[in-house]
Structures are given as structure tokens and as C-alpha cells.
Ligand binder design. Structure first.
Ligand code: 5GP
Ligand code: ZN
Length: 113
């Protein structure tokens, strides 16, 4: 999808601070981090959201496995980290190419702050 921001990052058309490259995934730092570590993990193929992604269980697993690998790589595994998929308007989803937020590096507090 040429008009999708994250498809364009996957294609290398828009720069990103990439932390891991998988065969079917890409992990890069969020441009407006909400925690000391804030990485987005995306499948290379376009899915609007996790409701669509979960129809491909192998790919869903690859996204989650890459998120765990990012957490390990970023030194979060011992202290803990958060994995979040915003889905739709009420959750505040702004980019409609599914992305897992990996958040950590400090106590994150309750989900609703
Ligand atoms: P959502 O609100 O859809 O769950 O999350 C979208 C995320 O994408 C936000 O945290 C936002 O900061 C991030 N974001 C938006 N545009 C860009 C961009 O061009 N590059 C990067 N790396 N992150 C972006
Ligand atoms: Zn896309």
C-alpha cells in the first residue's frame, strides 16, 4: 500500500531507526517515545490491525517473538516490559498498519496512567 506510512518504512522509502530485521517483520524506534524504550514491531505485509493479523497465526507469532527479542536486546527482560496493540478509534490507533508497541525501561504504571 503506497499510501501507508509503515509500508513505506518497510520499503525503505521513509527512514527509521531500525533495531531488528526479521524475514517477515521489522522493528524500529517510535518517533515520539512514551518510555525510555519504545519500539514498534510490524509485519512486512500490510494488515490494518491485530484483528486482521491474527488470521495468520504464524505471522502473529513472529511479531510477538520479535517483540520478545527486542525486549531481550534492549535489556528489558529482567525488569519487565509491556506489549500493546492499539486497535481502532477508542484505543487511539493512528497508524492503520498493525504494530506492536514494546515499552519499558522504567516502571510503566497502570495501563490507564
Ligand atoms: P498507534 O497510536 O497507532 O498505536 O501508534 C502509532 C505510533 O506510530 C505512535 O506511537 C507514533 O509516535 C508512531 N509514529 C507515527 N509516525 C511515525 C514515523 O514516521 N516514524 C516512526 N518511527 N514512528 C511513527
Ligand atoms: Zn501498510
Amino acid at each position: 500500500m503506497s499510501d501507508c506510512l509503515f509500508c513505506r518504512i518497510v520499503a525503505g522509502e521513509i527512514p527509521a531507526d531500525v533495531v531488528r530485521r526479521g524475514d517477515r517483520t521489522l522493528a524500529f524506534r517510535d518517533i515520539a517515545p512514551q518510555a525510555p524504550v519504545h519500539v514498534l514491531v510490524v509485519p512486512r505485509v500490510h494488515h490494518d490491525d491485530v484483528t486482521s493479523l491474527q488470521l495468520d497465526p504464524d505471522l502473529l507469532h513472529e511479531v510477538v517473538a520479535e517483540a520478545a527479542a527486542v525486549a531481550e536486546q534492549e535489556g528489558l527482560s529482567a525488569a519487565g516490559w509491556r506489549l500493546l496493540f492499539n486497535t481502532g478509534a477508542d484505543a487511539g490507533q493512528t497508524v492503520f498498519h498493525v504494530h506492536a508497541h514494546v515499552l519499558g525501561g522504567e516502571p510503566l504504571g497502570a495501563l490507564r496512567g
